[in-house]
Design a protein around this ligand. Structure first.
Ligand code: NAD
Length: 441
């Protein structure tokens, strides 16, 4: 559904009126297109104190942006704050960013590099945790479609592990991601021939559940754009829509209810050469307050959104169907973080997804060479949110730092970042794609 308010504030009279009334001023977001694949302008590389990781300059030089030490109009700013280990050291963060933050171009990016707060050094932990509050506040201040994130690299580690993450965050692909903290592991990408930057998923098979429409169809489209052979799965009742989506993307349709007892076997049979990317996107809502919720509404949501994800993940991993270097991406929701009236079942299922990825991620990497992550979408413009009553819909759209809803492609770009062959250090993470929603902030 069109966001008429966003159009209104894009006109001169509309902007005048809404400013006078003190209403939110959403900036149109610049998303990835073939014609605009990267940010326009230089990347300003700053350091607060001495760096505690190696290879930051090299990693930034591969971000696709020209890196400079001084400019009056940066498209992106990366502040290396990995060496900040004391409260006094936080002064260096202020000193580095205070003079330049106003010069960031509209739709710009700020990424602060930090390290993991130490369980053994409470001064270091305090200073590094302070960066989280700093980033989340700056995300609420920058405006004009700009975003701010914190990326933690293990102290003493190599920034090489952060390359795929920096490429994503410093590009139009992360337009609706802000205020996020991403904690990388020390795992470095498996050596091998560098992936084709225009089609990094070439040679991989990706399967997306719930992909007849909405977010799932967008995920399938972006994975196909990135070179994957794609299989789109949806319930047999959605067969026609599924086949239309498959035809449009040059994908293969697999009509299958993901809750079927033999779902994992049917998926395995459809991918004789194994599966490189598995995206659990299928999801349903059956809203009622708990006092009015019959057991069947509770059970169906837990079954589709959580239990079938646990079951198929376990079976496909154990059977070796997901190949080494493979990626599992599940779909949570900010409802699973913030909770929502009428959604005890849905929020429980989506919080369960967060528990799943945090617990399984490290073990799946150790035992199978597979990463497990989740996206947690906020308010995304789909059929589901178009059905929400007008005032609640408007509140959902505006209650975030970017003052607008996201698009299915925003979630899809985040999934594609998890799926990158060199995203090996991204594991057990939950990325909110919510424009820094106030809900559960
Ligand atoms: P949607 O209803 O448009 O699409 C969901 C798809 O999943 C449908 O095509 C449906 O047929 C399919 N599906 C449902 N049950 C299935 C089953 N048992 N087996 C196979 N397929 C099944 O929803 P959407 O808005 O595109 O949401 C996609 C995912 O994102 C869901 O997991 C949803 O919970 C999550 N999400 C969406 C939003 C949002 O704002 N739209 C916000 C947070 C999370």
């Amino acid at each position: 559904m069109a966001d008429r308010y966003l159009h209104l504030t894009g006109t001169a009279p509309g902007r005048f009126l809404t400013r006078r009334l003190g209403l939110p001023q959403p900036a149109p977001l610049r998303r990835w297109t073939l014609e605009t694949p990267r940010l326009e302008g230089p990347l300003l590389h700053l350091t607060a104190g001495a760096s505690a990781v190696t290879g930051v300059a090299e990693a930034l030089s591969r971000s696709g942006l020209p890196v400079v030490g001084d400019t009056d109009r940066p498209a992106a700013i990366v502040l290396d704050a990995t060496g900040v280990t004391t409260a006094a050291g936080l002064g260096d963060v202020h000193a580095a960013l205070h003079p330049v933050v106003r010069s960031l171009a509209p739709g710009g990016r700020i990424v602060v590099l930090g390290t993991v707060p130490s369980p053994d050094d409470h001064h270091q932990a305090a200073a590094q945790q302070a960066l989280e509050g700093f980033v989340r506040s700056l995300g609420k201040e920058t405006g004009r479609g700009s975003t701010v994130q914190l990326v933690r690299i293990p102290a003493g580690g190599a920034a090489r592990a952060a390359e795929s993450t920096l490429r994503f965050l410093l590009s139009p692909r992360s337009a609706y991601v802000s205020g996020q903290v991403i904690e990388l592991t020390a795992a470095t990408p498996t050596p091998g021939p560098a992936a084709d930057p225009a089609a990094p998923l070439t040679g991989r098979t990706a399967l997306v559940t719930g992909a007849a429409r909405g977010i799932g169809a967008a995920v399938a489209s972006v994975l196909a754009r990135d070179g994957a052979r794609v299989i789109v799965l949806d319930v047999p009742g959605a067969r026609e829509e599924l086949e239309r989506t498959a035809d449009r993307l040059g994908a293969t349709a697999l009509p299958l209810d993901i809750t079927a007892p033999d779902a994992a076997d049917r998926i395995a049979a459809a991918v004789p050469d194994g599966l490189g990317v598995l995206v659990h996107n299928a999801g349903i809502t059956r809203d009622r307050r708990l006092a009015n919720m019959p057991a069947d509404r509770w059970a169906s949501v837990i079954e589709v959104n959580l239990d079938s994800v646990l079951r198929t993940t376990d079976e496909l991993l154990e059977a070796g169907v997901i190949t080494r270097g493979g990626r599992i991406v599940a779909t949570a929701s900010i409802a699973g973080i913030a909770g929502n009236t009428g959604q005890t079942n849905y929020a429980a299922s989506k919080a369960g997804i967060i528990g799943l990825v945090r617990s399984l991620g490290p073990r799946a990497a150790a035992d199978h060479g597979v990463t497990v992550n989740a996206v947690a979408p906020g308010f995304i413009e789909t059929k589901m949110t178009a059905a929400v009553p007008l005032f609640i819909r408007e509140a959902g759209r505006r209650m975030n730092s970017l003052s607008q809803g996201g698009l299915p492609v925003d979630v899809a770009e985040a999934v594609a970042w998890f799926a990158q062959p060199d995203s090996t250090a991204v594991n057990g993470q939950v990325l909110r794609v919510c424009g820094q929603s106030l809900l559960g902030a």
